[in-house]
Design a protein around this ligand. Structure first.
Ligand code: TXA
Ligand code: MG
Length: 307
């Protein structure tokens, strides 16, 4: 951990595990280090990055105008799979925010991520900027192996990948815009609308947000295989469905999760395995429900480009 924190401080990149997906980290105050994230990911430079923090008190370094409901969210769900968007402070420069006036912050719930953040803080670090550790538009990695397969051709010898096992949640954090009078979900995740309403005592805003989220582009989270939703599969197709759904004849069953949480946890590894097995099509039977299933259906819709 001490070495990894030094690597970040020196301006190199450290890929690290979080409970959602693996992140590709850089010192969030170092413009050149952050520029390398964009290069390694092949990501357009105007897309903002989430700043990862070791504890909720650090949000005051990065943001201003923090509403009471956001404090309630942070107290209840951090460390955890939730990113909050605030008006930025002067520390959050254009190379972090994509030149918007807002900044996204998150305290992740993974022992390796928290240890890295604590060590980095000891060295004077203010926060670690980290997008998901995949090439732009691809499926997010949920294991160190997947990070290495995705990025090994683009990383330098001075960069590191930390292995913290498989991510326990498996889909990216819920992103909540906290710049209005009501919380507004920009990207669904494990922290559901009902959970947000329960701890804030507020309705979740349904107005259109003007804030851009790159994960809301179509054609995101995509494997090479064609993803088809809720269709009858052909023999030879990959097939992902809850375990109580029988395997149609001739298909390649690539996942049989027992519930929605497990569905989220295994989904990205299953899509990667479809590519490794050179399957050309994967049929996914979508889970129902208003829990993490909302996030699963959101990612699947983008992975399927609406098919
Ligand atoms: O679970 C996660 O959130 C993972 C782990 C590594 O923490 N990170 C992640 O980062 O998914 P990324 O960059 O792949 O997706 C972050 C999303 C992007 O769609 C970005 O546009 C949005 O967060 N975002 C970041 N800062 C923002 C801001 N100031 N305003 C609006 N959206 C923002
Ligand atoms: Mg991403």
């Amino acid at each position: 951990m001490a070495r990894a924190a030094q690597v970040l401080k020196s301006g190199a990149l450290v890929a690290f595990p979080t409970e959602t997906v693996y992140g590709l980290g850089a010192d969030a105050t170092n413009a050149a280090a952050v520029a390398r994230i964009y290069q390694v990911k092949g990501r357009p430079a105007d897309h903002p990055l989430i700043v990862h923090l070791s504890e909720m008190h650090d949000i005051s370094d990065w943001s201003e105008d923090i509403p009471d409901y956001a404090i309630a969210l942070a107290r209840n769900f951090w460390p955890g799979p939730m990113t909050l968007i605030f008006k930025r402070s002067a520390l959050a420069q254009d190379f972090i925010t994509g030149a918007q006036d807002t900044v996204g912050v998150r305290v992740p719930n993974h022992p390796v991520a928290l240890a890295l953040l604590a060590e980095f803080k000891q060295l004077g670090g203010k926060g670690i900027a980290a997008p998901s550790a995949n090439r732009f538009g691809h499926v997010s990695p949920t294991s160190a192996q997947a990070v290495s397969e995705e990025l090994e051709d683009y990383l330098n010898p001075s960069d590191l990948i930390l292995d913290g096992g498989a991510s326990s949640v498996g889909v990216e954090s819920t992103i909540i815009d906290c710049t209005g009078t009501l919380p507004h979900i920009l990207r669904p995740g494990a922290i559901s609308e009902a959970m947000i309403s329960e701890v804030t005592g507020l309705e979740v805003s349904k107005e259109d947000s003007t804030i851009r989220v790159s994960g809301s582009l179509e054609n995101h989270y995509s494997p090479s295989a064609e993803v088809l939703l809720d269709k009858a599969p052909n023999p030879g197709d990959g097939f992902i469905a809850l375990s109580d759904i029988a395997t149609p004849p001739g298909v390649v069953r690539i996942a049989s999760p027992k519930n929605n949480e497990e569905f989220a946890r295994v989904l990205y590894a299953a899509l990667r395995s479809a590519d490794q097995q050179s399957l050309t099509r994967v049929v996914v039977h979508q889970p129902s429900g208003d829990d993490i299933a909302v996030a699963i259906r959101d990612r699947l819709l983008r992975a399927s480009r609406g098919r």
